[in-house]
Design a protein around this ligand. Structure first.
Ligand code: GDD
Ligand code: MN
Length: 376
């Protein structure tokens, strides 16, 4: 009877996977186990190496995902694909010690715990061998904010090495975010009933071969995920991003205006006015507005809509043009609403602010559909 399934998400782990399976076999000797490698079509041919192993060892399986990326979603799909009653997730690069699987399994089958996990920051754990003091610091920081926002009180909620009943996972799998690296945190923050958690101190090793896949995008997605949990219900994440980018655009517009008028044309700024005529101001401000809008378009494309990013020259130019159209209408409605409010004797500053908010909502709603959405 199958007892345990170990899920190994992989991306470019060709040189690590055979040794990893060997180490699993040694650690789990005497148990009925299987290993499911979830590979995202790694260019280095990791999946081929696993298939070669699987031909002579039926305990080894591979799920190859095409056109997909992500540790967390790979872990979820691996766990859901297993028939084993108990599932574990760990790194395939040798940083997680397979020997811990045995006491973890004992903890889960004892009935006293729902989740067993390995912590890099528990009493008795060590990150010395990892050789990445920068990452130790960053993980400590990520853990601290994760604890704050999600209320998950563990020494290492960012750990990627854990074990639980497959049923616990399956019951809530549809509610998991599946984004980025934070799979354990995701599970703990999603399952509503209190889970009994057993912590195992981990001696986090150095990578056997290759490099870490944790990059800037993963960190950004992590912060976005936390925001979503924290304030996402009140101010939707995408709108918050869009608004932040917009606010930065204001700064860009003023900077360009200053650059053109003060630096290039050498005008002086006295009593709230640039010394040149109205025409130069209008021309400079048009350039500044176009620069700010282009800046906003690029940043929204990179961050706000990173998941729907437009790529290639033609799609980018088309997207920019659509964004320009959207913003133009936004600016007109911005001015019109401010005028209308002013006529109703509303305070000038408030009238302008309301105009800005209205235009942002308009720009957001329209560009999300028209530039990056399904009508794009
Ligand atoms: N399928 C798939 N798709 N697997 C991936 C992907 C992906 O997009 N990205 C990474 N992996 C696999 C790697 O091949 C490796 O087996 C495992 O997930 C962990 O990735 P690493 O790139 O080795 O992560 P790390 O060592 O820098 O990060 C460690 O710390 C994180 C928290 O700070 C790991 O222990 C993570 O599990 C942990 O979340
Ligand atoms: Mn790793």
């Amino acid at each position: 009877m199958l007892e345990l399934s170990v899920i190994l998400p992989t991306f470019n782990e060709r040189n690590n996977i055979a040794l990893m399976v060997e180490r699993l076999a040694a650690a789990l000797d005497g148990m009925a186990w299987e290993v499911i490698v979830v590979d995202d079509n790694s260019p280095d041919g990791t999946a081929d190496v696993v298939r070669a192993l699987a031909r002579s060892d039926a305990r080894v399986r591979v799920i190859e995902r095409i056109g997909r990326r992500g540790l967390a979603s790979a872990a979820i799909e691996g766990m859901c694909a297993s028939a084993a009653p108990i599932v574990a997730v760990m790194d395939a690069d040798g940083q997680h010690d397979p020997a811990l699987l045995v006491p973890m399994y004992a903890a889960i089958t004892s009935g006293d715990y729902d989740v067993a996990y390995a912590s890099r920051f528990a009493e008795g754990a060590s990150t010395e061998a990892w050789g990445r003091p920068d990452r130790v610091k960053a993980s400590g920081f990520a853990n601290a904010i994760a604890r704050r926002v999600t209320g998950v009180d563990l020494t290492d909620p960012m750990s990627g090495f854990f074990m639980l009943h497959a049923q616990t996972l399956r019951a809530d799998a549809h509610r998991l975010s599946g984004v980025g690296f934070k799979i354990l945190l995701d599970i703990l923050a999603t399952v509503d009933r209190p889970l009994r958690i057993k912590e195992f101190p981990l001696n986090f090793a150095a990578r056997m071969d290759g490099e870490s896949k944790l990059d800037r995008t993963i960190v950004f997605e992590f912060l976005i995920g936390l925001y979503d949990k924290w304030l996402g219900r009140i101010i939707p994440t995408r709108f918050a991003l869009f608004g932040t980018v917009g606010a930065m655009g204001v700064v860009v517009q003023f900077a360009v205006l200053w650059l053109v008028l003060s630096v290039i044309l050498g005008e002086r700024f006295v009593y709230g006015h640039w010394s040149g005529g109205e025409t130069t101001f209008t021309i400079a401000n048009t350039i500044a507005a176009l620069a700010a809008m282009t800046f906003n378009f690029v940043l929204n494309n990179e961050l706000t809509y990173a998941d729907k990013r437009l790529r290639g020259l033609i799609p980018l130019i088309k997207g920019w043009a659509k964004f320009f159209l959207t913003c133009t209408i936004g600016i007109l409605s911005n001015i019109a609403s401010a005028d209308a409010l002013k006529r109703m004797h509303v305070n000038d500053v408030i009238a302008v602010l309301v105009g800005i908010v209205l235009a942002s909502v308009w720009n957001f709603a329209l560009s999300s559909k028209f530039v990056w959405g399904k009508y794009g």
